[in-house]
Design a protein around this ligand. Sequence first.
Ligand SMILES: NC(=O)c1ccc[n+]([C@@H]2O[C@H](COP(=O)([O-])OP(=O)(O)OC[C@H]3O[C@@H](n4cnc5c(N)ncnc54)[C@H](OP(=O)(O)O)[C@@H]3O)[C@@H](O)[C@H]2O)c1
Length: 333
Amino acid sequence: MGSIKKAVQFARTGNPPDVVEVIDLETPAVGPGEALIDIEAAAINPAHLLTLSGSYGVQPELPAIPGAEGIGKIVEVGSGVTNVKPGDRVMIPPYTGTWRQQAVVQADHILVSFPPEGDPIQMAMIMANPPTAWLLLKTVVDLEPGDWVIQNAANSAVGQYLMQLAHIYGYKTVNVVRREGFDDLVAKSNGDICVVDGADLGERVKAATGGADIKLGIDAVAGEATQHLADCLVENATIANYGLLSGAPCHLSPNDIIFRNINLKGVWLTMWLRGRDSTPEQRAAVYDELRGYIIEGRMHAEVEATYTLAQIKDAVAHALRQRGGKIVILPNG
Ligand SMILES: NC(=O)c1ccc[n+]([C@@H]2O[C@H](COP(=O)([O-])OP(=O)(O)OC[C@H]3O[C@@H](n4cnc5c(N)ncnc54)[C@H](OP(=O)(O)O)[C@@H]3O)[C@@H](O)[C@H]2O)c1
């Protein structure tokens, strides 16, 4: 019999803090080709909260263990495993439920290794948000150094990574937030301009950029916020919608669609990870690049608080509130 460890489980969907519970879970024996990992840190992302409430794009069979990304240390490997060894610190394979103390995974699904030193919390957040920022900047329109892009929800983790990555690539960013107080965060993230959203966003952004031709709008919010981005864009530009934070449909005027050829396109990391428009080699190269930036501290996301598994209801409730950074679970304390 394997050891008994703690895990978070949800057996129904609903209000996220109400549906999560801590259970005892027996760790299965490690089979050929498998690796046993002690999970060090796992963030709570909006997608996980949508999954708990039953409204994400893919829903697991229930009961399920929430969380889809994290970092951990290999404890044991099964026969035939050559890519990792006990003691290695690795990114948990995408979409493994990570709000638990231990997981057994297919060793060949482990894409990224990290050095043993360094902040596990920053490393724990590599799987979803950094490559999403990369996809938004690198796969939607062709950008040259010096080009401008505009994004909303700029104080989110994706928003911070996007500013940092855009700066690395030489692009300039207009960063839209929904409330005052993020000038310092935008400057710290190497963003260029910070503006608060509103119906007159187009005029204010034109004044702030000196009338720059912006051909990429990056939209995590939808609703009226989509139209506000469109108001800032040059003819033939594209809006990449990748989030549904407002819960409303994307608003886009037919005047912009027909007369100015503003395009609206969806971006979803899950599809890229599943191989749409990507090969395993390309995905490995992207993660390798991002891993380097995280180790060097050039990509970093603010963290507001950490919680243990036993505090999971408080952690999830905190993640649902307005906050100044990520909520991260430390399953092994
Ligand atoms: N398509 C993909 O593949 C993909 C991949 C990763 C993430 N995402 C999406 O990216 C977005 C950001 O994720 P994250 O992990 O970076 O978020 P996060 O760090 O947890 O931050 C949440 C952000 O959402 C903002 N927000 C919440 N409700 C809002 C509303 N009604 N209107 C406007 N802004 C609102 C918050 O602003 P305040 O600080 O003002 O509350 C904050 O900036 C989410 O929508 C997530 O689902 C998509």
